[in-house]
Design a protein around this ligand. Structure first.
Ligand code: NAP
Length: 482
């Protein structure tokens, strides 16, 4: 193979194949059924990208590459195998941070390599071309924000070194604005403004430090429970940083993948914001999560709550032709996914139509319920998204709400002024009977009263979700045997 063919044809073809695989991978991830395949396609795309880059570079010291592959591969594999499903947001935060940190370091090292050579003094832009110089500054800026913001998000979720609650420092908005303008100004000055190498190095370092501080300043006011939205946003930032780095390195694939990650991260952030009834501006300017905490005051007393036993509930289930399960955060806490499936199977055996209503922000991370139910091998076709199942509730005999609260709260539709007013919810109250399994009348994440518990067609089944579902299974088995 001639060098011309390798560089002119083979490398671009490998890069193109890799980009196509990334696009197909992301498309696959949009559906539960195709998600695993999507993941595999993206991994293959990554492998092609690495091979193409190594071929393009030609002479490299493969010992370093091999060491990196082994160390990174072992860390990634061990982390992926050992991570608990509920700790996934922490792991994603760390991975985002690593992406942002890599972009920041590439930006700084390119500046160093390109400019710090003996010769006549010049600005970075005169050496690199203005576009690359601008991208270098942006790589450092966005990469720095992503790195420190992700580390803070990780620590807040861990609640060891940092508290999970919002830390609201006085004057934080002004401080963040100053840091942003400072980081931007220093970055621009480093690449465009000075031909003095010492000053340029100092400005670049200043840009990195200000960006790192800005990442802390942006994420620290946000409550730990809101972190999944922030992590999704930081994921988008890491994509933007990678995209900027792609311009620095003149690498089209990095530009494409960075743009894919940046766009998909921002789309997911938007979906989560809509589903949680928050605006993107809220997220961008930080400080949210406070609403949920302060809303706790609006708890309110309950009247007319009817509590039933598993035996009563089993009678209603036996008579039902159609049953929909609506899982929420309590299902994850109780680890009741296997027993919910067992109950659903028993009902299906009796000829009952079974489905599951999945709210986009049920639980504490995107896709939380899908992952849990997939773990219990619930058939994909039984999982119905909110828009699909909402019109069906009117024809459903029984809805069993398992540890969900906010995502089935009618206040979102019926109480203007409620903190969740306008949030799209699962209209379970439209079904014939609603069974709510939870341990008490305690509120959910939004810390507000849920009048569903007082509705005439609601049966409250107080207890741990797993235990209550096991009791229901036992009752149904007993009835079948009798
Ligand atoms: P939720 O509103 O937080 O309510 C969960 C309910 O589960 C609680 O009321 C609790 O009541 C019950 N529960 C806890 N442990 C239980 C157990 N062992 N057995 C039975 N019940 C148990 O949950 P959700 O309806 O899933 O709503 C999710 C909330 O989280 C939304 O407000 C959403 O905006 C927010 N959020 C979601 C994400 C995401 O990405 N999914 C991210 C951040 C925030 P008891 O204590 O009485 O049992």
């Amino acid at each position: 193979m001639t060098g011309g063919f390798v560089q002119g044809t083979l490398v671009p073809v490998l890069y193109l194949g890799s980009a196509v695989l990334f696009v197909l991978g992301i498309k696959g991830l949009t559906r539960v059924r195709t998600a695993r395949r999507g993941n595999r396609l993206s991994s293959l795309g990554m492998l092609l990208a690495i091979v193409a880059t190594l071929v393009q570079l030609g002479k490299v010291d493969y010992r370093w590459i091999a060491a990196g592959v082994v160390v990174g591969g072992v860390i990634g594999a061990v982390a992926a195998v050992r991570v608990a499903m509920t700790s996934m947001p922490e792991m994603v935060a760390l991975f985002n941070g690593a992406g942002g940190g890599a972009s920041m370091l590439v930006g700084l090292s390119i500046l160093w390599l390109e400019v710090i050579e003996p010769g006549t003094p010049r600005t970075a832009a005169s050496v690199m071309n203005p576009d690359s110089a601008l991208s270098t500054a942006l790589s450092v800026l966005i990469g720095g924000i992503t790195l420190s913001g992700s580390v803070v998000a990780f620590l807040k979720l861990q609640e060891k070194l940092l508290p999970g609650r919002p830390v609201l420092l006085p004057g934080r908005h002004v401080a963040n604005a100053v840091l942003f303008l400072g980081a931007l100004g220093l970055g621009m000055w480093a690449v465009f403004g000075t031909s003095d190498l010492g000053l340029m190095g100092a400005a670049a370092a200043g840009c990195a430090v200000a960006s790192l501080l800005l990442g802390v300043g942006l994420v620290i006011p946000i409550g730990g429970a809101d972190m999944p939205v922030v992590i999704s946003l930081l994921n988008s930032y890491s994509g933007m940083a990678a995209c900027a780095t792609g311009f620095v390195l003149n690498n089209n694939l990095l530009i494409i993948t960075g743009a894919l990650v940046g766009a998909s991260g921002i789309i997911l952030t938007k979906i989560m914001c809509t589903a949680m009834n928050r605006t993107l501006v809220n997220v961008l300017f930080g400080g949210f999560g406070v609403a949920a905490t302060t809303a706790a005051a609006g708890g309110g007393e309950y009247q007319n709550v009817r509590s039933y036993s598993a035996e009563d509930a089993a009678l209603a289930l036996e008579a039902a032709q159609s049953v929909a399960f609506v899982p929420g955060y309590g299902l994850a806490v109780a680890q009741a996914q296997h027993v919910v499936r067992e109950l659903a199977d028993l009902l299906a055996e009796r000829g009952c139509k079974v489905s599951y209503g999945i709210h986009p922000v049920a639980g504490r991370m995107p896709g939380h319920m899908n992952v849990l139910l997939a773990e219990a091998d619930v058939p994909y076709e039984q999982l119905l998204e909110m828009d699909k199942i909402n019109p069906e509730f009117k024809q459903t005999d029984v809805v069993v709400v398992v540890g969900a609260n906010d995502v089935v709260n009618p206040a979102a539709e019926k109480q203007p002024g409620s903190p969740i007013w306008g949030m799209p919810v699962l209209k379970v109250w439209e079904a014939g009977t609603v069974m709510v399994i939870k341990r008490s009348l305690a509120p959910g994440f939004a810390a507000i009263k849920n009048e569903l518990f007082e509705y005439d067609n609601t049966m409250m089944l107080f207890g741990d979700a797993k235990k209550m579902l096991q009791d229901l299974v036992a009752e149904l088995k007993q009835a079948a045997a009798a």
